[in-house]
Design a protein around this ligand. Structure first.
Ligand code: TRP
Ligand code: SF4
Length: 329
C-alpha cells in the first residue's frame, strides 16, 4: 500500500535553534519511515520578510540543510524540496490566489501577530505577506500531501489551507485535492534564555551549532525562578525557565534537580553549570554532523538538486490536473 504523504516546511532565515530541534525536527525525523515525506525550504516565504537583505536567505539554506541532516532528516528517505526550485509552487499559488477572498487573509490571526512581531524590524507591509497562507496552501497541496506536521502556531494556516481546498473543490472540481490534516507535534516547552518564545529576532536562542563556550555563556545568562531571590530560599522548578531544559535534554537528572531545588540544597549557579555541560554533551553529535555536512558543498548541492528533481515530477503532475480543471489546456 502506498504510504500517506506528508509535507512540512521551514523558512530559511537563519540557523536553527534547540526549539526548532525539539519542537519540529525530531518529530519530523520520526515520521520518515512510515510516511512519504517532503521537507520544504520555503525561500519565497522568507523573501516576504527578508527582501531588504536576501543574502540572509541564500546563506541560511546550506546551514538549514546541515541542521536538518544533523537532526536526523534523511535525504535518502525523504525529499528535500527548495520552493524556488519547484516553480509549480508559484504557479499553483497564482491559481489559489484567484479564489481566496482577501477577507480570509486579513482576519488570519497569524497575519496580525506577525505584523506586530516582525513589523518593528522588517518591512512586511507587502502584498505577498498578506498572501503568506495562500503560498503555504500551495506548498502542501502541490504534492497532494494529506498530513502536515506543525506546531500549534501553524494551526490557523492549516485551517486556511483546508478552506482554500474546499473552495477549489466547489469552484473547479472535487477530485483533484484532498483536504490535508494537521498532525500536531509535541509542543516544545522550551522558551528562550530570557523566558520569552525562543526566536532569532529576540536574540535569546541556543543554536544547534553553538560551540561549547557559547552554550556555557548563554546558559549562565538564563532567567531562573523569579520567586527565588536568595540562594537560601527554596526554588520552584515548575516556574523556572531552566527546568524544562533538564526535562528535555537530561531526563535522568530531573528528579535530583527537583529535589535539590525545592529544598534549597542546589543553587542556581551550580544548576546552570550542570545544565550547560549536559547541553554541550547532548549537542556534540549535532555540532559534528552539521560541520561535516557544511564542509561538503557538493553534497548539499546534490541533495537539493535530487530533491528538486523528484519534487518537480510530483508537482508537475498535479499542475497538469489543475490545468485540466481550470480549462487551461
Ligand atoms: N509557515 C511555516 C513557518 O513559518 C513555514 C511553511 C511554509 C510551512 N510552507 C509550509 C509549514 C507548509 C507547513 C506547511 O514555520
Ligand atoms: Fe531553576 Fe535550577 Fe535554580 Fe531550581 S536550582 S530555580 S531548577 S535554576
Amino acid at each position: 500500500m502506498a504510504k500517506e504523504r506528508i509535507y512540512s516546511a521551514m523558512r530559511p532565515t537563519g540557523p536553527l535553534h534547540l526549539g526548532n530541534l525539539v519542537g519540529a525536527l525530531q518529530n519530523w525525523a520520526a515520521l520518515q519511515d512510515d510516511y512519504e515525506c517532503f521537507w520544504g525550504i520555503a525561500d519565497y516565504h522568507a523573501l516576504m520578510s527578508e527582501h531588504n537583505d536576501p543574502q540572509v536567505i541564500s546563506d541560511a539554506i546550506p546551514e538549514m540543510v546541515a541542521d536538518w541532516i544533523a537532526a536526523g532528516l534523511d535525504p535518502k528517505r525523504a525529499t528535500f524540496a527548495r520552493q524556488s526550485d519547484v516553480p509549480q509552487h508559484a504557479e499553483l499559488f497564482t491559481v489559489l490566489a484567484c479564489i481566496t477572498p482577501v477577507s480570509w487573509l486579513e482576519r488570519c490571526p497569524t497575519y496580525k501577530e506577525q505584523l506586530q512581531e516582525l513589523g518593528g524590524t522588517r518591512d512586511v507591509r507587502n502584498y505577498g505577506f498578506l498572501g503568506y497562507p495562500v503560498l503555504q496552501a500551495a506548498d502542501i497541496i502541490v504534492y497532494k500531501a494529506t498530513a502536515v506536521p506543525v506546531g500549534e502556531d501553524q494551526l490557523a494556516h492549516l485551517e486556511l489551507t483546508r478552506e482554500i481546498v474546499r473552495k477549489f473543490n466547489s469552484v473547479f472540481a472535487e477530485d483533484v485535492f484532498p483536504e490535508p490534516k494537521a498532525k500536531l507535534t509535541r509542543a516544545a516547552r522550551l522558551l528562550g534564555l530570557d523566558g520569552r518564545k525562543m526566536s532569532k529576532s529576540y536574540d535569546n536562542a541556543l543554536y544547534m551549532g553553538d560551540e561549547p563556550q557559547a552554550i556555557r555563556k548563554k546558559v549562565m545568562s538564563m532567567l531562573t525562578d523569579p520567586k527565588r531571590p536568595r540562594r537560601a530560599d527554596p526554588g520552584h522548578p515548575d516556574e523556572c525557565n531552566l527546568f524544562p531544559y533538564y526535562v528535555i535534554f537530561a531526563q535522568e537528572a530531573t528528579e535530583s534537580v527537583r529535589k535539590e531545588c525545592v529544598s534549597a540544597q542546589r543553587g542556581c549557579v551550580d544548576c546552570k553549570k550542570q545544565l550547560a555541560e549536559e547541553l554541550v554533551r547532548y549537542t556534540e553529535p549535532l555540532r559534528s554532523k552539521r560541520k561535516e555536512v557544511l564542509q561538503d558543498p557538493d553534497y548539499i548541492r546534490d541533495v537539493l538538486s535530487d530533491g528538486a528533481r523528484h519534487a518537480r515530477e510530483v508537482a508537475s503532475q498535479t499542475m497538469k490536473e489543475v490545468r485540466e480543471v481550470i480549462k487551461f489546456l
